[in-house]
Design a binder for this molecule. Structure first.
Ligand SMILES: [Zn+2]
Length: 226
């Protein structure tokens, strides 16, 4: 009773356009915005532009970024809100949507654990949540695979990555992670997830630690930065 009343006076608005009121069953996006976010379908192919980035760098089974990133587009706005606008539900909703696509493919059903790239505790405290973990949680819900933050942790604070070259970034982040309880991951299929992939240096640094547990590794991010 209360919810329809609240909706009447304070309609929940679409998080992307911030104009359209959301229908009851819609959690974050209106129908028109939902249609404007285009899945890449990279998860259907072993060879794709994201997987290619890791060739010769990492032994990865499959890699995908979920949606096409268009400068100034809806997805860019959503990711900005997810990271800086205190909207964790955006990560969850994108994860649920993409998880439904992954669940249609037998390969992705073989994932044992979803592990998000950890955020430094200080940053997590400021933001209130780890956006990669919210994405992991949405994927987990649709895929029916558990996610966990207990295995991969952030060890030390890294300076802002934005003004560094690829080599500098890599040197900077490679020692920033710690793997715990590696024995529980042994021989499992792990899906490492993050929000936006830029150079892939953070993924590489995390993967280096995870691969010590003799796992098979796949990577799924929300989008690939142009
Ligand atoms: Zn909208």
């Amino acid at each position: 009773m209360l919810e329809p009343l609240l909706q009447l006076f304070y309609p929940r608005l679409c998080l992307a356009c911030q104009r359209q009121p959301l229908q009851r069953q819609q959690r974050a996006l209106c129908t028109s915005c939902q249609y404007k976010i285009k899945p890449t379908n990279y998860h259907l192919f072993e060879e794709n532009p994201v997987a290619e980035r890791f060739w010769g760098r990492l032994p990865i089974s499959r890699a995908s970024t979920a949606y096409h990133f268009v400068k100034g587009g809806i997805l860019q706005r959503l990711i900005h809100e997810l990271k800086y606008g205190h909207r964790p539900e955006i990560g969850e909703e994108l994860g649920r949507s993409y998880g439904r696509l992954l669940a249609e493919e037998p390969f992705w059903k073989s994932v044992d654990y979803i592990i998000p790239v950890p955020l430094h505790p200080k940053k997590r405290h400021q933001r209130g949540y780890n956006q990669a973990a919210r994405w992991a949680s949405g994927l987990s819900e649709s895929l029916g695979v558990p996610w966990s933050e207990k295995f991969l942790l952030r060890a030390s604070y890294t300076e802002s990555q934005t003004r560094k070259s690829r080599e500098e970034r890599f040197a900077n982040v490679s020692d920033a992670f710690v793997l715990r309880q590696a024995d529980k991951l042994r021989h499992k299929h792990i899906m490492l997830v993050d929000d936006v992939m830029t150079t892939g240096a953070t993924i590489e640094a995390c993967a280096k630690h995870l691969l010590k547990a003799q796992i098979s590794l796949s990577v799924v991010c929300i989008a690939l930065a142009p």
